[in-house]
Design a protein around this ligand. Structure first.
Ligand SMILES: Cc1cc2nc3c(=O)[nH]c(=O)nc-3n(C[C@H](O)[C@H](O)[C@H](O)COP(=O)(O)OP(=O)(O)OC[C@H]3O[C@@H](n4cnc5c(N)ncnc54)[C@H](O)[C@@H]3O)c2cc1C
Length: 392
């Protein structure tokens, strides 16, 4: 405990000395997020400096081993670091599919060479990754995917199409599910392949969303040459890697349910006013209180699950429970932000610092119960693997 308190004091002092003032302000829009990668343009010098300093210390991935660019922290130390960052209001130095999804899969299934090649650039934010799972006829039924990788001697030739590939037009590399054995039962003929998005034959076409933004694409592969060494795990056993990665994706999505932002009560008080310090709208007040209690309970559930996982007592299916609830919670939060924001929340081109992005964010939140596997699919997993209900 004394060691942990010492770590807390040191971490707090380091953060206070090294986190630029502008990186302690709340995010105003998507451009405030740092995604890194070959083509990333830093919005400010502070943003660049913050990433550089955190990466040098291994704190973009505090729990990864030092040899792969991590901080080598224990779970308890990483928890303290996150808490101290929250207290100071520090922004995340780096948002990354490499950190949230691919990294954990590489740590478990990658060869030593693959770990050395891919993990440090992920930790430093040098390579931005996208996820090539979904296809026009393979979403919830992901194992029906048809993109194929054919053996062409020392390399594979990849042909097919992915869809809903988030940031495919901005990503440097893709982790992609491909069919390598068309004769095998569908779960057994899939491999997990990594390749550069600059490879000849890769093209992307952005898809416009209801929010007016275009964060994802259709992605096409036309005779893309991929070295055979770029397979993670064994050939035709990529489904195992894919499922493991999904548990991390789902846990990452679940955490949006408890993302810190301006407290709902404060947003409502600022735009609707108060009567002797109390919100006049009793229904809204009760809804906000109910939300805050549920969010607090969910935060504790996330903590408990982390402890269970550390003790190797958590079911892999627990990520479905967390993803389901975290997504529903975040959708509720955005509904409440719309109610609490009053007429200003409806502004489409409003001043973002005054909450003018609320309508777009509310529309974006609708996708939380689709991305990473729909809520219906999570409920099926919970019914089968956690509640062990009889199948239909
Ligand atoms: C914002 C966003 C970002 C995304 N980013 C990526 C990405 O980067 N990479 C990627 O590969 N994919 C991505 N996706 C795709 C996402 O994983 C799929 O949309 C999701 O898995 C659902 O597949 P689908 O869209 O084909 O819907 P479908 O599978 O066609 O489902 C349609 C409806 O049927 C329901 N349904 C289907 N099967 C069942 C069942 N067995 N029981 C009950 N109900 C069922 C579903 O719940 C849904 O309501 C993203 C999606 C969104 C919305």
């Amino acid at each position: 405990m004394a060691d942990l308190e010492q770590f807390r004091t040191q971490a707090r002092a380091w953060l206070a000395a090294n986190c630029p003032a502008a990186m302690r302000l709340p995010l105003e829009d998507d451009e405030d997020r740092c995604w890194g990668g070959r083509n990333f343009k830093f919005k400010s010098e502070g943003q660049r400096l913050w990433l550089e300093r955190m990466a040098a210390r291994g704190w973009t991935v505090p729990e990864w081993p030092r040899e792969y660019g991590g901080g080598g922290l224990s779970r308890e130390e990483a928890k303290i670091l996150r808490a101290e960052m929250r207290k100071l209001g520090c922004r995340s130095p780096l948002d990354s599919f490499g950190i949230w999804m691919l990294g954990p899969a590489l740590l478990k299934y990658g060869t030593p060479e693959q770990k050395r090649q891919y993990l440090p650039p992920i930790a430093r934010g040098e390579i931005r990754w996208c996820q090539g799972y979904s296809e026009p006829n393979a979403g919830s039924d992901l194992a029906s995917l048809a993109t194929r990788a054919e053996d062409a001697g020392d390399h594979f030739l990849v042909n097919g199409q992915k869809v809903w590939t988030s940031y495919a037009d901005k990503a440097d590399w893709i982790f992609c599910l491909v069919r390598t054995d068309r004769a095998a039962p569908k779960h057994l003929g899939i491999s997990f392949l990594l390749f550069d998005m600059r490879s000849p034959g890769v093209s992307t076409k952005p898809i416009l969303l209801i929010s007016g933004k275009s964060p994802f694409c259709e992605t096409f592969f036309d005779n893309v040459r991929v070295p055979k060494g770029n397979i993670v795990g064994e050939i035709n056993k990529g489904w195992e890697v894919a499922k493991y990665l999904l548990t991390h994706e789902r846990e990452m999505i679940s955490s949006i349910g408890v993302t810190a932002g301006r407290p709902l009560g404060q947003v409502a008080a600022d735009s609707l006013g108060t009567d002797a310090g109390i919100l006049a709208d009793t229904c809204l007040r009760a809804d906000i209180a109910r939300f805050e209690i549920d969010a607090f309970a969910f935060r504790l559930a996330l903590e408990r699950t982390g402890d269970l996982a550390k003790a190797k007592q958590a079911s892999p299916a627990i990520s479905s429970m967390l993803k389901y609830y975290g997504a529903e919670l975040n959708k509720r939060r955005h509904e409440l932000l719309m109610s609490a924001g009053g007429a200003e929340a409806l502004e489409w081109e409003g001043q973002r610092s005054r909450g003018g992005d609320a309508a777009r964010s509310w529309l974006r939140s609708k996708a939380n119960s689709i991305e990473g596997g729909t809520s219906e699919v999570q409920l099926n997993v919970i019914a089968k693997r956690i509640l062990e209900l009889p199948g239909a």
